[in-house]
Design a protein around this ligand. Structure first.
Ligand code: NCD
Length: 338
């Protein structure tokens, strides 16, 4: 859609809400669209309401007259199910979710992404499209060809903006503050998209943030991104030594080494060499600053030992539940049903 910026939209009867709701009738492609903490606070206020509602088992009906299409070209458990459930919790009955677009859609016959997007929009009379796709610019392309808002549910190795929102919401819940945080990201910072979106979001909303990037050199965050993060005024520290930074870490954000990209790039020898480079054990967690929380976008492979799950610091299962609340908030905000 790539529509007019809602910040300039006229203020009507619900003007106050429209002004704060930067998501209203907009695509959500990148965390770069967020400019301030206030804009997120609007969404988090809604997510808090959604949480109370879900905990009480109260079914909503805001999206009863809306049609939502969820198209996934890559595997997913959490993102797909939470978008699907979020729409249902808000009463969406005209909901279509396809999880295997790469094998069951006309993409197999060679149809282009723009044509597929136009097709699903036309055949379902969609009001909103949620897309996950292996190409970095897929959501942008979809947004250019759709008449309705497109939400990026993960694009290539570059962006996963709704994950960043749920991650930041989790930090707010678990750490209890969102200022002057020290966030340590460990693992695959090259192919992982969640760390890139979260780092950019942190740089926008917490000017006092310090981000420690821990990875083997071959998996380090692309220079282009670290340079632009530093230019925004935040502190970035790169190291291969996890233990060195644990004592000052508020949030330990662990990621999986992304096997599928090594396979695609014929780098399986490298993958096997580095896949178990960082394994978070109970000992590692106990070395952390008191109150440190351990997060992970999941799925986990080997990088967090199962024994860690029982520790109070392990926030990753609570984190994925927050995906439901924040995605409910986002769907309602984009569709103007708040
Ligand atoms: C992540 C993704 O797809 O980028 N998963 C998720 O959405 N929670 C992380 C990953 O696959 O490693």
């Amino acid at each position: 859609m790539l529509s007019v910026d809602s910040r300039t939209s006229t203020i009507g009867a619900s003007g106050e809400i429209e002004r704060k709701n930067i998501f209203l009738r907009q695509d959500f492609i990148s965390v770069d669209q967020i400019r301030s903490r206030n804009e997120l606070d609007f969404l988090f206020g809604l997510a808090d309401e959604m949480k109370t509602r879900v905990e009480r088992g109260i079914q909503g009906c805001e999206l009863k007259d809306q049609t939502i299409v969820i198209l996934f070209y890559q595997p997913s458990s959490r993102t797909f199910s939470s978008f699907y459930a979020a729409a249902r919790w808000l009463g969406c009955e005209r909901l279509m979710g396809i999880q295997e677009m790469q094998t069951f859609s006309s993409a197999v016959k060679g149809e282009s992404l723009p044509d597929t997007i136009k097709t699903f929009e036309a055949t379902t009379a969609a009001d909103l499209i949620v897309l996950r796709h292996p190409d970095d610019n897929s959501s942008m392309i979809a947004a250019q060809h759709a008449q309705v808002p497109v939400i990026n549910a993960g694009s290539g190795i570059l962006e996963h903006p709704t994950q960043a929102i749920l991650d930041f919401y989790t930090i707010r819940e678990e750490v209890g503050r969102v200022d002057n945080l020290t966030v340590t990201m460990v693992g695959d910072l090259l192919y992982g998209r969640t760390v890139k979106s979260l780092a950019k979001l942190l740089a926008i909303v917490d000017k006092g943030v310090r981000i420690n990037l821990v990875s083997p050199k071959v998996l380090s965050m692309p220079d282009e991104l670290t340079i632009s993060l530093q230019r925004s005024g935040i502190q970035i520290y790169e190291t291969e030594n996890l233990e060195e930074v644990l004592g000052k870490t508020d949030v330990l954000y662990v990621t999986r080494v992304q096997k599928e990209w090594f396979e695609k790039n014929n780098q399986m020898d490298l993958y096997n060499k580095i896949k178990d480079r960082y394994i978070v054990t109970e000992r590692i967690v106990k070395m952390g600053k008191p109150g440190m929380v351990v997060m992970h976008p999941l799925p986990r492979v080997n990088e967090i030992e199962v024994g860690v799950d029982a520790l109070p610091q392990a926030a990753y299962f609570r984190q994925m539940r927050n995906g439901l609340y924040t995605r409910m908030a986002l769907l309602a905000a984009v569709l103007g049903k708040v």
